[in-house]
Design a protein around this ligand. Structure first.
Ligand code: SAH
Ligand code: SF4
Length: 352
């Protein structure tokens, strides 16, 4: 059975049902899957039993399975999810006082070779399907009883993978997540983060329904960026800035620039001044991320004083925040998603 129900849009569900079934049946399925988030064909009890059995024989339901869960002392949960072909990928649930954030993956592994990131070490295994992207949200919302209509919920496409290298599926999943008749997320609560694949940034900007855009800058100049993110030898900083200036922001939107601070490498006051200058004319904000460590990552976390100094310099020109690490003790924080399962490794973060 190749096809899966989750990931199909309203039109595709109608096609699946065929012309003999009335239109309201496809609406019932669409709402059952995306709005009511039922767990499987068995729970779609609005359908006649015979129709359910007939559809279940043709199409799998398509929710990923939980292969393992790691619980952090700070409430963060990292899920290792098993997909239909047996591959596994990660999603992270981060509760906060006034909202919940889900960090989801767009690919199994990542083909981009950022030197500070554990996911890079996996290489790319494959793109996720539309259903596997949306399915992470549906499953975690179900497991944690989340409902975007009741409590603020954010989705960040910052898990495994480079979302702009799987743009078609990411955009289609976003349409399903943002459909008021479906999952019902506000577009402004969905954010995609990219290492800066320039032509795909332009393509994303042309989409009528799309996540907010965050760009991993991570360096204050071209040479430094190329050393830390070798893919940027192809996508130059000046062209990236031009694409950002031309990006069609919606009235409520700002560009976000993420900047991983690597102790003694890109965290000097001069770096901060260069970043401020680079972004000065953009409608943007900056999120600083102190390096989250991992085995085989040959960089140091910067001193807290450095982070503060960097932040205060950038803040003179544009809004600048420090991202609080979540789930460090269970390898769930930014750049730590590498399907870490060994208990000894999972404990490294807890000791720090
Ligand atoms: N691939 C996308 C999204 C996933 S990575 C991207 O790179 O933008 C999400 C963020 O984590 C990126 O801003 C990335 O620069 C950052 N990151 C990667 N490795 C990190 C690490 N070891 N510590 C802190 N942040 C890291
Ligand atoms: Fe891929 Fe993002 Fe990690 Fe770079 S930082 S290797 S783009 S997941």
């Amino acid at each position: 059975m190749e096809a899966a129900l989750i990931g199909l849009d309203a039109h595709e569900i109608r096609t699946l049902l065929g012309p003999a079934e009335p239109a309201f049946r496809s609406r019932q399925i669409y709402e059952g899957v995306y709005r009511n988030r039922v767990a499987g064909w068995d729970e779609l009890t609005v359908l006649p039993k015979s129709l359910r059995a007939q559809l279940a024989a043709r199409v799998s339901f398509g929710l990923p399975e939980v292969a393992a869960r790691y619980d952090s002392a700070d409430g963060t949960r990292r899920y290792l999810l098993r997909l239909a072909d047996g591959k596994t990928v990660e999603s992270v649930f981060m509760p906060e006082e006034d909202r919940d954030t889900l960090c989801i993956s767009s690919q199994v592994g990542c083909p981009v070779d950022c030197q500070f990131c554990l996911t890079a070490k996996m290489g790319l295994e494959r793109n996720l399907t539309v259903g596997e992207i949306a399915g992470q949200v549906i499953l975690l919302a179900k497991l944690h009883g989340l409902d975007p209509a009741e409590r603020r919920m954010n989705i960040v496409m910052m898990g495994q993978g480079e979302p702009l290298l799987n743009l078609g599926n990411v955009v289609k999943a976003t349409r399903i997540l943002a459909d008021p008749a479906g999952v019902g997320m506000a577009e402004r609560r969905i954010t995609l983060s990219t290492s800066g694949i320039i032509p795909k940034i332009r393509e994303l900007g042309a989409e009528p329904v799309r996540p907010k855009l965050a760009i991993s800058l991570n360096a204050s100049g071209e040479d430094q960026r190329q050393a830390l993110m070798p893919i940027t030898r192809k996508w130059h900083l000046a062209d990236l800035m031009a694409a950002c200036r031309a990006y069609p922001l919606r009235p409520w939107e700002k560009l976000t620039f993420e900047y991983v601070l690597l102790g003694g490498v890109n965290d000097s006051d001069d770096d901060a001044r260069r970043v401020a200058r680079l972004l000065a004319n953009l409608n943007a904000k900056v999120n600083l991320i102190a390096l989250n460590p991992g085995p085989g990552i040959d960089f140091d976390t910067p001193d807290p004083g450095r982070v503060e100094s960097f932040k205060s310099i950038v803040s003179r020109s544009l809004p600048c925040f420090v991202r609080k690490p979540r789930g460090l003790d269970i390898f769930a924080a930014c750049g730590q998603l590498q399907r870490m399962t060994e208990p000894s490794l999972v404990k490294i973060g807890a000791a720090t």
